[in-house]
Design a protein around this ligand. Structure first.
Ligand code: ADP
Ligand code: MG
Length: 323
């Protein structure tokens, strides 16, 4: 595969790089039309060093799955296609940063995300998960969508303070289908014990990963440490981990209890679903205006990273692009 910058995928001209993860590369893509119409999207394609045909199948599954979702807390699919044998998808562009960049920004400033903002982020992620987990197939049967890869790099925060789940790259519609043994995908740091054990997953696996993300936001470090993925996974299975009370003693006991419950190794001891979690988070009475504070932090993190600019006026649009 050739570098994406300056190329077109479907109607989208790739103008700048956004991010890179385990499987994909993301860019800003621009589509122009009559009457000065411009639409910017997040253009995602498989990494240039993409693996085998199974990656392509997963990419196709991702697009099919994201197309089933429509919610303010989930990045939506705009378009999907292939240029020869290069598959791409266009996602609604989030003007902001992922939570990983927010964590890095806070670390550089020698601080942590204020507790009330962590609660806000938790609520918004839980709403997105509740939507995904409760989707139905066209015939009305539950789709049992599980994200399976919830991590800071897969949560976007916009400069408006919106929080959106992205990267359903290894998500699955359970639909009775079993994970093939030996094929465990996901990040060990955030992976639930049942995922690591190759069991059939339900929404509670995502709740565990959310627990790890919240732990990291509160303490600046992850709960399950180890030199290798296997060591981390074993710690998760055994429930052997650091405590929030020690790392961030200022955290309210009620919030510690919520994260502790999310991190229960046995899924039956977690919340039954994201809704039950939301009921508990509701006790914190998060002020609606906190979204602006979250947005300002996303803006700061974005400026620290340097790219890309959140707002670009029409006059900045290059005039040399093909029409
Ligand atoms: N809709 C979006 N708008 C802006 N940036 C995005 C969007 N979706 C993903 N990103 C950025 O691109 C990075 C990689 O995308 P992701 O879907 O996570 O790919 P991968 O499967 O390779 O992890 C993310 O970590 C995030 O920083
Ligand atoms: Mg990702």
């Amino acid at each position: 595969m050739t570098p994406a910058l300056g190329r077109t995928y479907g109607p989208y001209l790739v103008t700048s790089a956004l991010g890179r993860g385990g499987m994909g590369e993301t860019y800003v893509g621009e589509r122009t039309g009559p009457g000065g119409f411009t639409q910017r999207v997040c253009l995602k394609r498989l990494r240039a060093d993409a693996g085998d045909a199974s990656w392509v199948r997963m990419f196709q599954t991702e697009a099919r799955l994201v197309a089933m979702l429509a919610h303010p807390n989930v990045v939506s699919l705009v378009d999907f296609g292939a240029e020869k044998d290069e598959w791409w998808m266009a996602l609604a562009l989030v003007e902001g940063v992922d939570l990983r960049a927010m964590l890095t920004s806070a670390q550089h400033a020698g601080e942590r995300l204020p507790i009330e903002l962590v609660v806000l982020v938790a609520i918004e992620i839980a709403k997105g998960l509740a939507h995904a987990h409760s989707r139905r197939l066209p015939d009305g049967a539950p789709a049992h969508i599980v994200h399976r890869d919830l991590s800071p790099g897969n949560v976007m925060v916009s400069t408006d303070g919106a929080v959106l789940l992205t990267d359903f790259g290894i998500a699955k519609v359970a639909h009775g289908e079993r994970t093939r043994t030996g094929v465990i995908k996901g990040k060990a740091d955030y992976m639930s014990p049942e995922h690591a054990s190759g069991e059939v997953l339900d929404g509670r696996a995502d709740l565990f990963s959310l627990g790890v993300v919240l732990f990291e936001l509160l303490t600046g470090t992850r709960p399950f440490l180890g030199a290798t993925d296997i060591a981390k996974t074993l710690s998760a299975i055994r429930g052997k981990r650091a405590r929030i009370e020690q790392l961030a003693p200022e955290t309210p006991g009620a919030l510690v209890a919520i994260v502790d419950r999310l991190l229960e190794p046995t899924r039956e001891r977690r919340y039954d679903d994201a809704r039950a979690l939301l009921d508990d988070l509701g006790r914190f009475h998060v002020r609606p205006s906190l979204v602006f504070a979250l947005g300002e932090r996303a803006m700061r993190a974005m400026q620290e990273r340097g790219t890309p600019e959140p707002e670009r006026t029409r006059t900045d649009v290059p005039t040399t692009r093909p029409r």
